[in-house]
Write a protein that binds this ligand. Structure first.
Ligand SMILES: O=c1ccn([C@@H]2O[C@H](COP(=O)(O)OP(=O)(O)O[C@H]3O[C@H](CO)[C@@H](O)[C@H](O)[C@H]3O)[C@@H](O)[C@H]2O)c(=O)[nH]1
Ligand SMILES: [Mn+2]
Length: 738
């Protein structure tokens, strides 16, 4: 009974709002039923003409989708839990000698969209973890196959030998140098040690950035024979990022390298897997699987952390915090992964693009955590290596014994045997006729490999934990231009639909494997893009009807109006409340709901269309890496909270059309009321919706008229949208009148 005397490692409490959430869910569900009954009545009894039938069907479909989305989101409201960890107690329970080894995976894919210096910062921030150094190995996957990235890492390793002891000695919290120097820890009267490290860092930065800018590594930069040999691999004829052999370079070896205080260094390994145009590489999922195998060959740590190159550690204690869960014997048998939220640095004050994704990254995970655990979001997640090989009680062995999660690496990482095996398992044909991507490792088949993998693991019976300490464990970067945001979300939309319409659909497969609540929680994400249906309909239909003076909603004195009122206020009110309770502000909430509408008309709509085309085999879509480069002018506008359009995109056309339709419908409707040809009471809901649309389209109007900078709407987009909006209005009147 010794365990009961051990100090607590973590606690969990169920949210106090649980009971209220459940009661509200029952009331709200009743109102939804009433509304659907109302729709059925209208459709059957009052839709006498073709046009009124069409309108009723459209409204019914949108409300069915809204009802579905509402139902699935309830899972996250049934039992939200809040956790706390006590990392200070870990050493009282587990001896430091027994801490598990940790393999960190950092992914990068393009030296121009993902500047090597930022990738280096990611790696340095975890190399400097407060964790037994000899147990930490950092593997960098370079899908860009770029010598520039390797160069950056070779240089960074030299800097690391100063940076790591500096962090330890001064107990630095931000162990990414960029974040450290940005956080005002440095000034002209800092002590000489800080001055020195700053100078070292600056010279590293200048050196790497110069080389990246020139696109080529000058002879003067290659000092060691070992480095020369590594870079010579890029001289093989026909070497491109899409067509090249495997390059694995051990940059730091913990059995050999010491920092300038004589302390061991972590392993640092550069991996650029083999690429051939004839073999599918499965984007990030493929990269992670290669790292799983290469790391198995070299260190095979039982704990794996995956990180995107745009995310840095913000707390050196994080791996110890993770041990609060991993060393808990009660959780252990089924505990698959521990996910930290994605939190972002550099988001502007009111988060105009809603990139914080509070609901996705902070609110819903708390809800799923109270059930069987949260989803995997691709970065900031600690896995037990075992989860990649079948369910908790259904082990799926890899094809060779060396890759088994419990296998122990006997040879040093630079021994010929180890290097040879690493080379083999990184080959692009290695996965043929194996279970990788299907039963083993990160799963293939969706552009959101993170969501899909987490979902599959949970279906197999693994649980997970959402760990959200007060001090952010990681900080990431978010895109700062609208088109980048929308393209990123379009990729997600496509990836989610790939899961929704596969045999693994969460509504059927998921509910069977994990029960209805977890199945619905995952279904909510899988069907996320179908928000476009109600949003598009509500953005156009009431407004088009206004142009023709047609009433499509109950008038204000009608009791059914109250049902509409309750449903909309209830949904919006609850959303707002969730947002505030989780530390949001009114402005951020407003922008969040605005972006939700904008996404509906752009990335969700276009993502769904592209998915449809893809299903027909007309179209293919790859993983478009989001740019992490900050242009000065753009950054300035972003800081000021001004929307960035600037480029042409069909997604902007749909958005601008909606801006025109809402403004037009609103004005037309009001004029009708003033002239006496419209009845305000009958058209109130529509005029209100159009007015709400106008409020939400403010940035679009602003971009249409008041902009002289490069971030405005291109004139072509404006004209095209105008023409299409008018065409739509005319066509609709035509349909209605006939
Ligand atoms: O072929 C590829 C493409 C991408 N990546 C890496 O994948 C990561 C994520 O790419 P990014 O462009 O930053 O995408 P985001 O949309 O910002 O990422 C979110 O969505 C992705 C799924 O679409 C998840 O993989 C991420 O973890 C999640 O943060 C980056 O480190 C890339 O270097 C690769 O390694 N190989
Ligand atoms: Mn990213």
């Amino acid at each position: 009974m010794e365990a009961s005397h051990a100090p607590p490692l973590h606690t969990v409490i169920v949210s106090r709002r649980t009971a209220m959430n459940r009661v509200f869910a029952v009331v709200y569900a009743t109102a939804i039923m009433a509304l659907l009954y109302h729709h059925a009545l209208t459709l059957l009894l009052h839709s006498t003409t073709f046009s009124s039938f069409l309108i009723s069907v459209c409204l019914l479909i949108s409300d069915l989708v809204l009802a579905f989305m509402w139902t699935t989101t309830q899972s996250c409201r049934m039992r939200p839990v809040y956790r706390k960890e006590f990392p200070a107690n870990v050493k009282k329970v587990v001896e430091e000698l027994e801490f598990p080894a940790l393999d960190v995976f950092v992914c990068t894919a393009d030296p121009y969209k993902e500047p090597p210096m930022s990738v280096v910062n990611t790696a340095l921030s975890v190399m400097a973890y407060d964790y037994p150094t000899e147990k930490v190995s950092v593997y960098v996957s370079d899908d860009g196959g770029s010598a520039l990235t390797l160069f950056a890492f070779i240089e960074a390793a030299k800097f690391a030998s100063h940076w790591l002891p500096f962090c330890r000695k001064n107990n630095v919290m931000e162990r990414s140098p960029d974040a450290y120097f940005a956080a005002n820890h440095y000034s002209s009267n800092s002590d000489s040690e800080t001055q020195k490290i700053k100078i070292l860092y600056e010279s590293l930065k200048v050196k790497v950035e110069n080389v990246v800018e020139r696109g080529k590594i000058g002879e003067e930069h290659i000092v060691h024979e070992r480095d020369r040999q590594a870079f010579s691999k890029w001289n093989t004829p026909g070497f491109t990022r899409h067509e090249h052999p495997t390059i694995i370079q051990v940059i730091l070896d913990s059995s050999r390298d010491r920092d300038n205080a004589g302390h061991v260094m972590p392993n640092l390994v550069y991996v650029s897997r083999e690429k051939r145009k004839t073999s599918p590489h499965h984007f990030k999922a493929g990269a992670l699987n290669v790292l799983l195998r290469v790391s198995a060959a070299m260190t095979n740590a039982p704990v794996v952390l995956t990180l995107d190159c745009d995310m840095n550690s913000n707390d050196p204690q994080t791996p110890v915090r993770v041990l609060c869960y991993l060393s808990d014997k009660k959780l252990q048998p089924k505990l698959g992964y521990i996910q930290f939220p994605q939190r972002f640095r550099g988001i502007n004050k009111n988060d105009i693009y809603a990139c914080e994704f509070k609901r996705l990254f902070q609110i819903n995970p708390v809800g799923m955590d109270g059930l069987a655990g949260t989803s995997y979001v691709g970065t900031g997640c600690f896995f037990s290596r075992r989860v990649f090989f079948g369910g908790p009680s259904a082990f799926v062995p890899p094809e060779i014994p060396q890759l088994r999660p419990e296998s122990v690496v006997e040879n040093p990482i630079q021994s010929p045997e180890v290097l040879k095996l690493a080379q083999v398992v990184a080959g692009c044909n290695y996965e043929k006729q194996t279970q990788w991507g299907f039963k083993i490792g990160v799963r293939y088949g969706s552009l959101v490999e993170d969501y899909f993998t987490g979902y599959c693991l949970q279906c197999e019976g693994w649980n997970s934990i959402f760990c959200n300490p007060e001090r952010a464990a990681f900080y990431g970067d978010a895109p700062i231009s609208l088109v980048d945001v929308l393209n990123q979300n379009k990729r997600w939309a496509l990836g989610l639909l790939e899961v929704a319409f596969s045999k693994y659909c969460p509504v059927t497969f998921g509910t069977q494997a994990m029960g209805p609540l977890m199945g619905f929680a995952y279904a909510h994400y899988a069907f996320w893009p179908i928000w476009f249906i109600p949003i598009t309909i509500y953005a156009f239909l009431p407004q088009l009807a206004l142009f023709n003076g047609i009433t499509i909603f109950p008038k204000v004195s009608d009791p059914w109006f109250l049902v509409y009122l309750f449903l909309s206020l209830g949904a919006y009110g609850q959303d707002f409340l969730d947002f505030l309770v989780n530390g949001g502000t009114f402005q951020r909430w407003w922008n969040d709901q605005r972006m939700w509408l904008i996404r509906g008309l752009s990335c969700f709509l276009f993502g769904s269309i592209e998915f449809f085309l893809k299903s027909l085999g007309i179209y293919t879509h790859g993983f478009n890496v989001t740019s992490k480069v900050l242009l000065d002018e753009q950054s300035k506008r972003y800081e000021q909270g001004v929307f960035e359009f600037g480029v042409q995109s069909p997604m902007f056309v749909a958005l601008t059309m909606a801006a025109f339709a809402n403004l037009g419908g609103f004005v037309w409707g009001i004029l009708g009321v003033l002239r006496g040809s419209n009845n305000l009471e009958e058209l109130f809901v529509q005029i209100f919706i159009a007015g709400f649309g106008i409020l939400n389209c403010k940035p679009v109007y602003h971009a249409l008229v008041k902009r002289s900078d490069k971030g405005g709407l291109p004139i072509k987009t404006t004209l095209l949208s105008m023409v299409l909006a008018v065409a739509l209005i005319v066509a609709f009147s035509f349909v209605l009148r006939n």
